[in-house]
Design a protein around this ligand. Structure first.
Ligand code: NAD
Length: 296
C-alpha cells in the first residue's frame, strides 16, 4: 500500500514519520520545503505538487489547518484530486467543519474516491510517540481497510459514524476542553483573590470529581506561568468557530461555547493568539486585577 502524505506541520511531520517507521512506502508534499526535507531524511519520497502525490499513492493522508487548505490541496489546479485514481481513499486528519467534510466527500465521490474524516486529539507529544486518539467518520469497510495504517500513528482509533461524524466528535472534544480551561481559570482567580494557594487547591481537588486530564495538563502550566504552546489560541478559535457555524446550521444553541469564544477573541485582540490556550487564565487575571501562581 503506497501512502501519500500532505501537511507536515507540528502534527503531520511526526505522524508521517510514524507511518514510515511502520514500514509503509510514503510519498509526501508540503509547501514548506524544510518540513518536506525532514521527512525525506526519514525515508519519504518527495513530490513536487499535491497532484504528484495523488498520482502516486493508494491512500492519501492530509493534515492541514482548516477546510480552505484541505479544499485547495485537493481541488485547486495541480491539486491531489487531479492525480487520485478511482478506488483510492483520502483520510483527512485535519480538524475541520463536519459539513465541509461531507461536501468534500461528495465532490471526491464524483471521481470514485472515498473520504474518511479522521481528526485527532493529543497534541504534538502524542503525535511524536504515536499515541494520539483518532475519531473517524466514514464507511465501516473503508475504516477497517485503513485501521492498521491509522493505528501506526495512534493509541486509539475509533469509528464514530459516517462521514462528518469524526469532525463532529472533534468539535465536542474542543468545546469540552475550552470550557474546562475557562472553569479552571475562573476557579483559580477566586482562590488567588481569597488568599488560598492555587497549587494546594490543585493538589486537594485533582483526585476528586472536578479532576480531569485538562486540569492535570493545564493547572501546572498556569501555576508556573508557562503559556507557550502546546495548542495555540488561534487554532482553538478556529475550532470553536467551526462548532458555532455547525450548531447554527443544524439549529443547535451553544451558549457556553459562544462565551468562551468571546474570551478567546479578547485574548486575540490583546495579541495573545499564538499563546497556549491555558492563557485563558490571562483574561480572568486582567478583569480581576490579580496574578495567579508563581513569578508575580
Ligand atoms: P501546522 O500549521 O503546524 O501545519 C500545517 C501544515 O500544512 C504546514 O506545514 C503547512 O505548510 C501545510 N500546508 C498548508 N497549506 C498547504 C498547501 N496548500 N499545500 C501544502 N501544504 C500546506 O498545523 P498543526 O498544528 O500540525 O495542525 C494541523 C491540524 O491538526 C489542524 O486542523 C489542527 O487544529 C489539528 N490539531 C492540532 C493539534 C496541535 O496540538 N497542534 C492537536 C490536535 C489537532
Amino acid at each position: 500500500m503506497k501512502v501519500g502524505f500532505i501537511g507536515l506541520g507540528i502534527m503531520g511531520r511526526p505522524m508521517c514519520k510514524n507511518v514510515l517507521k511502520a514500514g509503509y512506502e510514503v510519498v509526501a508534499f508540503d509547501m514548506n520545503k524544510a518540513a518536506l526535507d525532514d521527512v525525506v531524511a526519514a525515508g519519504a519520497k518527495a513530490a513536487g505538487s499535491a497532484k504528484e502525490v495523488g498520482a502516486n499513492c493508494d491512500v492519501l493522508i492530509t493534515m492541514l489547518p482548516n477546510s480552505p487548505h484541505v479544499k485547495a490541496v485537493l481541488f485547486n489546479e495541480n491539486g491531489a484530486a487531479e492525480g487520485l485514481k478511482a478506488g483510492t481513499t483520502v483520510i483527512d486528519m485535519s480538524s475541520i467543519n463536519p459539513v465541509e467534510s461531507q461536501s468534500i466527500a461528495a465532490k471526491l465521490a464524483e471521481t470514485g474516491v472515498e473520504l474518511l474524516d479522521a481528526p485527532v486529539s493529543g497534541g504534538e507529544p502524542k503525535a511524536i510517540d504515536g499515541t494520539i486518539s483518532v475519531m473517524v467518520g466514514g464507511k465501516e469497510e473503508t475504516f477497517n481497510k485503513y485501521y492498521d495504517l491509522m493505528k501506526t500513528m495512534a493509541g486509539s482509533v475509533v469509528r464514530v459514524g459516517n462521514v462528518g461524524a469524526g469532525n463532529t466528535t472533534k468539535l465536542a472534544n474542543q468545546m469540552i476542553v475550552a470550557l474546562n480551561i475557562a472553569a479552571l481559570s475562573e476557579a483559580f482567580v477566586l482562590c488567588e483573590k481569597a488568599g488560598v494557594d492555587p497549587q494546594l487547591v490543585f493538589d486537594a481537588i485533582k483526585g476528586g470529581l472536578a479532576g480531569s486530564t485538562v486540569m492535570n495538563a493545564k493547572a501546572p502550566m498556569m501555576i508556573s506561568r508557562n503559556f507557550e504552546p502546546g495548542f495555540r489560541i488561534e487554532l482553538h478559535i478556529k475550532d470553536l468557530q467551526n462548532a458555532l457555524d455547525t450548531s447554527h446550521s443544524i439549529n443547535a444553541s451553544l451558549p457556553l461555547t459562544a462565551q468562551v469564544m468571546e474570551i478567546m477573541q479578547a485574548l486575540k485582540i490583546d495579541g495573545r493568539e499564538k499563546k497556549d490556550h491555558a492563557a485563558i487564565l490571562n483574561y480572568y487575571e486582567k478583569i480581576n486585577n490579580v496574578t495567579v501562581g508563581e513569578k508575580k
